[in-house]
Design a protein around this ligand. Structure first.
Ligand code: ACO
Length: 321
């Protein structure tokens, strides 16, 4: 028993914030942002949009592509660092908005690796015979947790959502998944504050040691890609598409170079989306599926790294939709 993706969807909020717009907010320049990160613009959610609203739009597209109605979904996992509220989970709120009557629904918190974690978990549910059609979503509103006075972080992030439908099949599909975490780096990338006793305690904005993140990301994105290829007796030249987490074009290029995968085989969206955390991989996947780049029979390697640190990869063979 295997699982495979039969539908993808994505959503980007209407408002676009360009590097030029940011020049008017903080002491920065388009040249600095673009040369350091590859980002030229990002999308920003409207004040009345929540992670579940972005997720709803992406999910509807994925369900339409998969030709599934709400009643046929029997698992919902939402990867998000920016949930609508402390509880209930964004997955439960999404379930209600979609009109799915009864199925397990929960959020996963693995920051920018969240989608890879969620996809791996849904695959395990399906292979264990616990569900047939899983909706797996990454949805984020990072504009709510960046400090718009901090030029070292506010230029990096954007809002968006991506979704897939994973279904039971006799053919893979997902070939293997590989998840890791190292909590000793928890301070290198965090939103350390929380809400307790009715008040915000500590810093409610992203705090990041940029250099530590950069070095760690390049190392583990290479390691976990090699781990996935080794488990499946594959070489880098066998991979048709690499879809890495979209944090920074320099991290993506270094990873591809170390792996020996040419950039023509790497899907990148960071230029137009910025870093959308758990949404970045399913967003990039949906774009490459819909523009016809990803074709039936091809090998696709998804990999992410995020706060924690967490990191992971999912290797899959793309099938007919
Ligand atoms: N505009 C202009 N100047 C800036 C800006 C900005 N937006 N931000 C920082 N600077 C300044 C700094 O103050 C510093 O000035 P100084 O030399 O006078 O002190 C100078 O630029 C260089 O700062 P560095 O932090 O050394 O810049 P660096 O070249 O390392 O780039 C960056 C910073 C882009 C954050 C880089 O470290 C990086 O990409 N790290 C990875 C972080 C990442 O991708 N995070 C995303 C979240 S994590 C994830 O998704 C996995």
């Amino acid at each position: 028993m295997y699982s495979r993706i039969i539908g993808t969807g994505s959503y980007l909020p209407e408002k676009i914030l360009t590097n030029q717009d940011l020049e008017r907010i903080v002491d920065t320049s388009d040249e600095w942002i673009h040369s350091r990160t590859g980002i030229t613009q990002r999308h920003i959610a409207a004040d009345d949009q929540m992670a579940s609203d972005l997720a709803l739009n992406a999910s509807k597209m994925a369900m339409e592509m998969a030709n599934l109605v709400a009643d046929e979904i029997d698992l919902i996992i939402v990867a998000t660092t920016t949930p609508d509220m402390i509880f209930p989970s964004t997955a439960c709120i999404l379930q209600e908005k979609l009109g799915v009557k009864d199925c397990p629904a929960f959020d996963i918190q693995a920051v920018c690796s969240g989608f890879v974690y969620a996809l791996a978990m849904a695959d395990m549910f399906i292979r264990a015979g616990k569900c047939r059609n899983a909706l797996v979503v990454g949805s984020e509103i990072y504009s709510n947790i960046v400090d718009w006075n901090d030029r070292s972080t506010c230029v990096l992030f954007g809002d968006g959502a991506g979704a897939v439908i994973l279904t039971k099949d006799e053919q893979p599909g997902i070939l293997s998944s590989h998840l890791h975490a190292n909590g000793s780096y928890s301070k290198a990338l965090s939103v350390p504050g929380n809400i307790s006793r009715g008040k915000i305690q500590g810093n409610p904005y992203i705090s990041m040691e940029g250099n530590t993140v950069f070095k760690f990301a390049v190392k583990v994105l290479e390691d976990v890609a090699r781990e996935a290829m080794a488990e499946n007796n594959l070489q880098a030249s066998d991979i048709d598409w690499l879809i890495p987490h979209q944090a920074n074009i320099r991290i993506i290029k270094s990873t591809a170079k170390k792996l020996g995968i040419p950039m023509e085989k790497v899907v990148t969206t960071v230029e137009k989306h910025g870093n959308t955390s758990a949404a970045s991989i399913p967003l990039a996947l949906d774009i490459a599926v819909r523009d016809g780049r990803i074709k039936s029979g091809q090998l696709v390697l998804l990999e992410g790294i995020g706060g924690g640190f967490t990191w992971g990869a999912v290797l899959l063979r793309w099938g007919d939709l």
